[in-house]
Design a protein. Structure first.
Length: 679
């Protein structure tokens, strides 16, 4: 319904990398977005939005929006200077440069994109078609969730889990590696409802987050020790026989082997590794083994260490051991994206057939710094969209040095002049979610949503799909059918088994799923059982951090503090950092420290500190706010480098080592030292 005769209300969907995938109502007046609200009739959104997305009008109509193509006129090692250029001239030059490289070796062209938008159209589609047609290098998109995703696939057979809304009925909820109040707001609504109904909430996180503040108990384990804790919990479930033997027999393959391994992991063994007490581990096991229905909200923070994949495998087995899946309010939720997979028509959108029998090299995005500096043959062209690698990629000092190569041709498709755009040869203006059509699935609930364009593209901005369509034409592919398909046709072909007219009319459509999908087993593995002992890689185990006192004692002597870099509450990865009202709330990049660690280094609250290791350094304001545990510092991210006091952010310090499964980034597996510096 329209709010007033001159205001239109358009159905939309939040595009950002968040499990909530909110259904939006976009209010438009005189061609301008004046308000964005959550839809009250969408079950998981229930009318509420996070602070970030509620500021979307400010972001869309930001004074610094990129509204015309820009061409670099300064050296990449100098302060960036650009001049406006026409779309025709920009695309002609880009097409000529890419075409010349492709004629020699197309895999020297490297696309780089991630989840700046999660839409099936603007996130890929026409871009994927162009790269397949060219035979450009492929990108292994690992930077966020690949360790956990791979672990779920190896355990459950797919990325499946509990329904969000049934957490409200749980009697015990373990919130493991998640600051839900900041990064999963609508889950927190249901968890809080359960809490009001008498449920116990336990937060497991190295940092005392805003969520931990609201839980009954906070277990501040050491970063990277989650697998050891999970094994000790299994040990206690076995020792006290808090097991569902019927479910184990019918639904879990490899239980005897896992049992033997877990019996080697007493709480006494796990306690020094986790930094928890024996009693804390025993009490957690007792709560989990004797309370039904028990649920786990697992999130991706805990899998951003070398052993993250094995840890997720172990935690994902916990609800299988106690039969929690028999209840609709029991089980685990990390991702629900596997439910939508059968409905997504990826082949129609991406056209892998255009690649033919070619097999271009695959570059891991989590090691893009190394790839830009050392790939053989070298990367000659980089096309970045839906991402900001100069800020978000690990060890970004190397990323920046790679982007500064004078022989690297870089094109960035963006809405704002990010750190990466500052180092581009061409910057092409992209639309925001308010200005284009898209279709969305979710990894936190089980609905499909459509995003209708609420306003016309501002200035000369164009949707990603249109930019790649026009680039394909400039490269000589315009007459080919794959390059001519418009966004309406792409949207209609994006999903199988979903009535598109119903989706368009309602704005969202729920996937048809049972309330307790695995109450009787039926897991999406070839044999219908959960894998405790996988036939290809065996049993899960505790895998220690790459950088820790146990694995690298000499390094830990030089850099004795573990650093994690969870997102600042009012940013989402590197999105929203340039929204002034949100940056005003965050004020400045900070380093949270425990009072004892700060005192040992002569640091007080509000002092300036240098945090450093062999990879780099950053200057940060010390915050003694009670959120850091001893031995761990929290460098909140992901600030744009240009907003750091020294032109850097926390990823100056992170490394490019990969996780045990999925080849993911190990952001939270990082040792540093901290010292006082003058203001």
């Amino acid at each position: 319904m329209n709010a007033s005769p001159d205001v239109r209300v358009v159905n939309g969907a939040c595009p950002h990398d968040c499990p909530d995938t909110c259904a939006l109502q976009v209010h438009v007046q005189a061609g301008k977005v004046i308000k964005v609200q959550g839809r009250a009739d969408h079950p998981s959104t229930h009318g509420a939005l996070c602070t970030k997305v509620s500021r979307y009008p400010e972001r869309t109509h930001h004074a610094e929006r990129l509204l015309s193509p820009l061409k670099r006129v300064s050296a990449k090692t100098e302060p960036p200077r650009f001049e406006p250029v026409s779309w025709e001239a920009a695309l002609a030059d880009i097409a000529a440069r890419l075409g010349a490289i492709a004629a020699r070796d197309p895999q020297r062209i490297q696309p780089y994109s991630y989840a700046g938008t999660m839409g099936l159209l603007q996130g890929g589609s026409m871009a994927d078609r162009l790269w397949n047609r060219l035979g450009a290098a492929r990108l292994d998109r690992t930077i966020c969730a690949s360790a956990g995703a791979t672990a779920l696939n190896l355990t459950y057979g797919s990325r499946v889990g509990m329904h969000l809304r049934f957490f409200a009925e749980s009697k015990l909820i373990l919130i493991w590696g998640s600051n839900s109040i900041a990064s999963n707001l609508h889950f927190w609504t249901y968890a809080n409802q359960a809490k009001r109904n008498g449920a116990k909430l336990i937060c497991i996180d190295p940092r005392r987050t805003e969520t931990a503040d609201k839980c009954h108990e906070h277990l501040a384990l050491r970063p990277g020790s989650d697998g050891a804790l999970a094994l000790a919990l299994i040990h206690e479930l076995i020792r006290h026989d808090w097991l569902d033997h019927d479910y184990l027999e019918r639904c879990v393959d490899g239980w005897p082997e896992l049992r033997e391994r877990a019996l080697q992991w007493s709480p006494e063994r796990a306690a020094p590794l986790t930094g928890l007490t024996v009693e804390q581990i025993q009490n957690l096991a007792r709560d989990y083994g004797t309370t039904a229905p028990a649920a786990i909200r697992l999130n991706y923070g805990m899998q951003r260490v070398r052993g993250g994949g094995n840890a997720v495998r172990l935690i994902a087995l916990l609800p299988c051991l106690i039969g929690a899946w028999k209840h609709r309010a029991g089980g685990l939720l990390l991702s629900t994206s596997g439910y939508a997979a059968p409905y997504k028509n990826n082949d129609a959108l991406e056209r892998p057939d255009l690649l033919g029998d070619r097999a271009p090299r695959l570059v891991n995005m989590s090691a893009i710094g190394d790839a830009l500096l050392r790939a053989d043959p070298p990367i000659e062209a980089l096309v970045v969209y839906n991402s900001n690698p100069a800020a978000v990629a690990p060890e970004n000092g190397q990323v920046v040095r790679g982007l500064q190569r004078p022989d690297l041709f870089t094109v960035v498709i963006e809405q704002f002049m990010t750190d990466t755009a500052d180092l581009a040869d061409y910057v092409l203006p992209a639309t925001t979610q308010m200005e284009h059509l898209d279709v969305h699935t979710s990894y936190g609930h089980t609905d499909v949503l459509i995003n209708e364009p609420a306003i016309a593209p501002l200035g000369q901005a164009k949707p990603n799909t249109q930019i790649f369509r026009e680039l394909a034409a400039a490269m000589g592919f315009g007459a080919e059918a794959w390059a001519q398909e418009d966004d309406e046709s792409l949207a209609r072909s994006a999903l199988r088994g979903i009535d598109f007219e119903q989706l368009r009319a309602n704005g969202f459509v729920p996937l048809p799923l049972p309330e307790a999908p695995f109450a009787a087993g039926g897991w999406p593995t070839p044999h219908g059982k959960v894998w405790a002992d996988h036939p290809e890689i065996g049993l899960p185990d505790f895998v220690p951090n790459l950088e820790s006192a146990e694995t690298a004692p000499a390094l830990a002597t030089r850099y004795p503090l573990a650093m994690i870099s969870p997102p600042a509450r009012n940013f989402l990865n590197s999105s929203f950092v340039n929204v002034q009202s949100l940056r005003d709330i965050e004020r400045e990049p900070v380093l949270e420290m425990h009072a004892s660690d700060a005192a040992a280094r002569g640091l007080s609250d509000g002092a300036w500190a240098r945090v450093f290791n062999a990879r780099g350094e950053q200057r940060l304001r010390v915050a003694l706010n009670g959120r850091a545990r001893p031995g761990v510092v929290n460098g909140l991210g992901v600030w744009w480098r240009k907003f750091g006091v020294d032109g850097k952010n926390v990823n100056e310090l992170t490394h490019q080592g990969l996780t045990d499964l999925g080849g993911g980034a190990s952001f939270y597996d990082c040792l540093v030292e901290v010292e006082a510096v003058p203001a």
